[in-house]
Write a protein that binds this ligand. Structure first.
Ligand code: NI
Ligand code: MN
Length: 226
């Protein structure tokens, strides 16, 4: 399994020969200006919620790649109305077996509205179970006790957690979340993109290492083997 960071909360995950793309927000992101969205591979685009900083490039990439969208019912329905009809609608607590593995759509404590003001359903996160390992992609969320359920019922190898605070949980809460999830290997997301979410990287890394956990902050464009 390989993971590539495209900035903000956008990652590409290559697993079982398929490319998953999470929450594409690249072309409006000044920090990701060196990424060419026309070269990003995608067989599936997973969308955690409807906010602009998670859906901005969905349409462009989906039109080129013909990727299948996976999100909540409301977001899939909205994209269908925009002409992107290859979608798989889910809702909280449900799971589905795809050709790369299984996805479970889980709770996030946040909000969700689409860029034109359409109701975006309830925001979520994704548990991605595969033969090559299991990932929890939290989406935008506060720390929530629901994460304990994930720790009790899943074997998460890598957790992708927001750490930027203000709009989501910050690093201190993300350390607690990692404990709830039962996962010591965290990749940070949703930081530095806007003024409200700039972080002190050393301070944040120390918070994790002091708790015996490993935080990886990827460079935009970098790929690592998980
Ligand atoms: Ni959001
Ligand atoms: Mn966001």
């Amino acid at each position: 399994m390989k993971i590539t960071f495209y900035g903000h909360a956008c990652f590409g995950i290559e697993v079982n020969g398929k490319h998953l793309l999470m929450d594409p927000f690249i072309s409006p992101n000044e920090l990701a200006k060196d990424i060419n969205i026309n070269e990003i591979p995608a067989d599936y685009i997973l969308i955690s919620h409807g906010h602009e900083d998670h859906v901005a490039d969905v349409k462009t990439i989906a039109e080129r790649t013909k990727a299948k969208l996976v999100s909540n019912y409301e977001i899939i329905t909205w994209f269908a109305s925009q002409g992107i009809e290859n979608g798989h609608p889910m809702n909280h607590g449900g799971e589905w077996e795809f050709d790369f593995g299984t996805i479970k759509y889980v709770n996030a404590v946040h909000s969700s509205v689409l860029p034109d003001g359409t109701y975006g359903g309830n925001p979520g996160g994704f548990i991605i179970r595969t033969e090559e390992g299991n990932i929890y992609y939290a989406g935008d969320t506060a720390l929530t006790y629901d994460m304990k359920l994930i720790g009790e019922s899943e074997n998460i190898d890598w957790a992708l957690l927001p750490i930027g605070s203000n709009f989501t949980m910050g690093a201190q809460d993300a350390v607690i979340a990692a404990g709830f999830i039962g996962c010591d290997k965290v990749i940070g997301m949703h930081y530095d993109t806007f003024g409200f979410i700039e972080i002190d990287k050393e301070d944040v890394k120390n918070k994790f290492s002091n708790a015996g956990k490993e935080l990886t902050l990827m460079n935009i464009g970098a790929t690592i083997d998980l």
